[in-house]
Design a protein around this ligand. Structure first.
Ligand SMILES: Cc1cc2nc3c(=O)[nH]c(=O)nc-3n(C[C@H](O)[C@H](O)[C@H](O)COP(=O)(O)OP(=O)(O)OC[C@H]3O[C@@H](n4cnc5c(N)ncnc54)[C@H](O)[C@@H]3O)c2cc1C
Length: 475
């Protein structure tokens, strides 16, 4: 083992000193830039980096963007600093909470929201209490009282076959790994029910979304329920990865995009966008597979791992952060929050701790709505937002400005989407392969979590990769 514990390491290896795909990582063994190179300064990468440093290894974190945090992104430049990425911190997020506590960060509850009181279906504005009797309601008789925004969740909750948070990994759960559209039809869904449930799906569409996704999430909620509701980080979610990065011995290398990875059983190397090459005893890639699939990876990847990297599905989300120039909702007396089947999908209002709207609204577009929006430029999206909102809520006419567009889609080269989801049949094929190491290359990131999803999955995955490296290094 060629690990240097806290040793002084040489500078960057110049371009051409090491040919990725040529002589291989074992060439020129004396020269390395760190014991472990970690690709990505999101939660997974930073948690792994801290753990490895705490164990005495030299770590170098490479980050393509100029910002720490990845899919935790607090829009500090906007009023009330809304979140554009992950926000809800579950009660069981032990690793995330511990890292936040180390930095003295605190958590707060969410102010009361009025989401769900008002909806818009087929252009008609409907209060939730009127929904069951509305002429716009073409749901099957047994479901008429359920608001469309809660329909999928409620139906799935009543029938969850998973007994715990790990059951989705049991071979026995294969029978439940079926397309949501197929399952819903078996429960009596008509075309209108499918249309409404597809509108705000946390996936791409009901036909390609495995029921295991929602049942797995619901099993996690069930585990969290007795422990308390979700919280948020006071001061912004991005503060957690920022303070983690600040504790590293070596500064995160911002603006260091990786474009090629090479690894075998004796070493590993990366090539940066600018052509420089860096090597280490081990590499951890925390890149979403929707990003990694665009890099050149020369490593003994398991065929199923290769397949997962190439094909894993990512939920597309587009967020339109809107600034209301006056509190126009006071004129019609309804809550600004809305579930809609319009191109704006769901509209959330940011609220102060005492529950008053701050004036920042968020149109959250998932699935097909997000894909359609992603084809539009920001100016066209502003027009769409203003016109759609004015049609539903005439009081908003001329009083909304688009402050920020956040694209968590394939067009975002650093993320490729918001987060992974399973299509039917994939969990069985890729559950293990997602993180099977390839020589000295270890795979981490949200998409490789087992017991959690989201932020804590990222932390869990970073921990797994760090432990595997410490084991392999005999450290
Ligand atoms: C809109 C949205 C809402 C969410 N809501 C929640 C929530 O409420 N609760 C929850 O728990 N989770 C939520 N999540 C998920 C959570 O934010 C993520 O699971 C988590 O932040 C992912 O961390 P990661 O380290 O795996 O990946 P990332 O944070 O994506 O880190 C990967 C890093 O790699 C960098 N990178 C990309 N390409 C390269 C390259 N070629 N070279 C070098 N670096 C590169 C990226 O810039 C990024 O910083 C949400 C996510 C989104 C998008």
């Amino acid at each position: 083992m060629n690990l240097t514990r806290r040793s002084a390491l040489g500078g960057l290896i110049g371009a051409g000193a090491f040919a990725i795909g040529g002589c291989g990582p074992q060439g020129d063994r004396g020269r390395k830039d760190a014991d472990v190179i970690i690709i990505g300064a999101g939660l997974a990468g930073l948690h792994a980096a801290l753990m490895l440093e705490e164990a005495g290894l030299e770590v170098m974190v490479l980050e393509a963007s100029r910002r720490i945090g990845g899919r935790l992104k607090t829009l500090d430049h906007l009023p009330g600093a809304p979140e554009a990425g992950g926000q809800q911190v579950g009660a069981t997020y032990a690793r995330f909470r511990a890292r936040a506590a180390e930095a003295g960060l605190e958590f707060t509850g969410f102010p009361p929201s009025r989401f769900g009181e008002v909806m818009s279906v087929n252009g008609a504005l409907i209060e939730a209490r009127q929904w069951a009797g509305s002429v716009q309601n073409a749901l099957p008789e047994a479901w008429r009282a359920i608001p469309p925004g809660r329909l999928f969740m409620q139906l799935a909750m009543r029938a969850n076959p998973l007994e715990d948070v790990y059951a989705w990994r049991d071979p026995g759960s294969a029978a439940h790994d079926i397309a949501a559209a197929q399952w819903l039809v078996s429960q009596g869904a008509n075309d209108e029910a499918l249309r409404l449930m597809d509108t705000s799906l946390n996936g791409r569409d009901l036909a390609s979304y495995s029921m295991l996704n929602i049942w797995r999430s619901l099993a996690i909620y069930e585990q969290e329920r007795p422990l308390g509701g979700a919280q948020q980080v006071a001061g912004g979610a991005q503060r957690v990865p920022e303070t983690m990065a600040a504790r590293l011995a070596r500064e995160v290398r911002l603006g260091h995009g990786v474009r090629a990875i090479q690894a075998d059983d004796s070493g590993a190397a990366v090539r940066l966008e600018d052509g420089r090459e860096l090597r280490a005893d081990f590499i951890i890639s925390t890149l979403p597979f929707a990003v990694l699939r665009h890099l050149s990876v020369d490593a003994p990847l398991d065929p199923a791992t290769r397949e997962a990297i190439a094909d894993m599905a990512y939920t597309p989300i587009v967020q339109l952060h809107l600034e209301a120039q006056t509190p126009w909702w006071e004129e019609d007396g309804l809550a600004p929050e809305m579930w809609t089947d319009s191109p704006l999908n769901r509209i959330f209002a940011q609220r102060s701790p005492d529950g008053d709207p701050t004036g920042m609204l968020l149109a959250w577009l998932d699935g097909r709505g997000a894909l359609a929006a992603d084809d539009m430029d920001d100016a066209a999206l502003e027009t769409l937002a203003r016109e759609t909102l004015a049609a539903i809520r005439p009081a908003s006419q001329g009083r909304v400005r688009l402050a920020h567009v956040q694209r968590w889609t394939a067009s975002n080269p650093l993320a490729g989407g918001a987060y992974m989801h399973w299509r039917p049949g994939e969990a069985r094929r890729w559950a293990e392969a997602r993180f099977t190491p390839a020589g000295r290359l270890h795979l981490a990131g949200e998409h490789t979590g087992d017991l959690h999803t989201g932020m804590e999955a990222a932390m869990e995955s970073g921990e797994r990769a760090a432990i595997a490296i410490l084991d392999a290094a005999g450290a």
